[in-house]
Design a protein around this ligand. Structure first.
Ligand code: NAD
Ligand code: TYD
Length: 351
């Protein structure tokens, strides 16, 4: 019998890469992708695997307790890889309650369903929570986040993810629920919704719209190619120690403004724009994000030393693949930004 694995948020950016990897690499698993398809979830992201025998899509909401209990009852999942979340910091500033509902309550409903279904038989079971380095708050100019860094979240998004991490751990301590957590830095790559920095700016360079750099642009993020995150999730899921946390990062820090310049340079070359006509002229400094974390940077030595994981592509390779993907998938881009997202996008960026 195949092992039933529930992956939540599989129609989103990172989730679609994880679902694809697991469906293709592990025919001995049956992968159930549970997603409510918010603006950020799109089944087009999984077109290439939708007819595989070991794949089933379930449309549903992690905050719908009856539905969640029902599917746990029916499919008796032995493992959960939980990615479904509201994931964009700017949206969490304008609508924090939506983040508390999905990220905290939704995670608790899944934890409860796992606990009740497993009923103290924890053999070969795991609840894997995919989380973010933003739970650690902000760094100054130096230092790195380790697995022992105290949680100190600053945005409603990071506070909701910190809270859900705490609940996962609490279920481990209180009910002995087997869990794993990973906290990853900023991802980029194909199928990322164009509201996060890299795909938003790629899209705006293509369409010659302003590139809204928050504050002075001297904020630092550590960027990881999404397929390397999926490989890391695979490693933690299969080889990670139960009740442990793993930090995942790209060993790749960039100040936003330097990253934006690099993006413009690569895209100018691909789009045949001369230096006089450079996309850099689209850069527009705008009002800063409230509570903007200065710097994120991950010490990923634990996953490197214990699980043998290290990013497989350099930033230059990953960025090139990503830009090429967006240039070759303009239809995907225009599809995902039509509809309900358009209004938000216009309010946010075309003021
Ligand atoms: P995303 O916004 O692209 O996708 C989230 C998915 O969750 C979407 O498909 C959406 O439809 C689904 N979803 C949202 N609410 C739901 C609900 N109530 N019920 C069922 N499905 C729901 O997000 P992402 O960037 O792919 O992030 C995935 C996970 O990884 C999140 O938990 C996020 O916190 C975490 N993470 C993201 C990053 C990053 O850089 N993007 C970095 C570290 C960790
Ligand atoms: P983002 O992609 O939203 O990820 P996060 O906030 O989770 O790190 O933003 C990455 C960085 O880019 C962050 O410092 C905010 C900045 N940023 C801009 O300057 N302009 C933008 O339009 C966006 C979306 C982000």
């Amino acid at each position: 019998m195949k092992k039933n694995i529930l992956i939540t948020g599989g129609a989103g950016f990172i989730g679609s890469h994880v679902v694809r990897r697991f469906v293709k690499k592990y025919p001995e698993y049956h992968i159930f992708n549970l997603d409510v398809l918010t603006y950020a979830g799109n089944l087009e992201n999984l077109k290439d695997i939708e007819n595989e025998d070991n794949y089933t899509f379930l449309k549903g909401d992690i905050t719908d307790e009856n539905y969640i209990n029902e599917i746990f009852d029916t499919y008796k999942f032995s493992s959960i890889i939980h990615l479904a979340a509201e994931s964009h910091v700017d949206r969490s500033i304008s609508d924090p309650l939506a983040f508390a509902k999905t990220n905290i309550l939704g995670t608790m409903i899944l934890l409860n369903a796992a606990k009740n279904t497993w009923n103290n038989d924890f053999q070969n079971k795991v609840f894997y929570h995919v989380s973010t380095d933003e739970v650690y708050g902000t760094l100054g100019e130096t230092g790195l986040f380790t697995e022992n860094t105290s949680y100190d979240p600053n945005s409603p998004y990071s506070a909701s993810k910190a809270s859900s991490d705490h609940f996962v751990r609490a279920y481990g301590e209180t009910y002995d629920l087997p869990y794993k957590i990973s906290n990853c830095s900023n991802n980029y790559g194909s199928f990322q919704f164009p509201e996060k920095l890299i795909p938003l700016f790629i899209n705006n360079i293509i369409t010659e719209k302003p590139l809204p750099v928050y504050g002075d642009g001297n904020y630092t993020r550590d960027w990881l190619y999404v397929e390397d995150h999926a490989i890391a999730i695979d490693a933690v899921f299969h080889k990670g120690v139960m009740k442990e946390t793993y930090n995942i990062g790209g060993f790749n820090e960039w100040k936003n403004i330097n990253l934006v310049h690099l993006l413009c340079e690569i895209m100018d070359e691909k789009l045949g724009r001369s230096s006089e006509n450079s996309s850099k002229s689209l850069i527009t400094y705008v009002k800063d994000r409230p509570g903007h974390d200065l710097r994120y940077a991950i010490d990923a030595s634990k996953i490197e030393n214990e699980l043998g994981w290290y990013p497989s592509v350099t930033f230059e390779q990953g960025l090139e693949k990503t830009i090429d993907w967006y240039l070759n998938n303009k239809e995907w881009l225009s599809n995902v930004i039509s509809g309900e997202y358009q209004e938000y996008y216009n309010n946010q960026y075309n003021k």
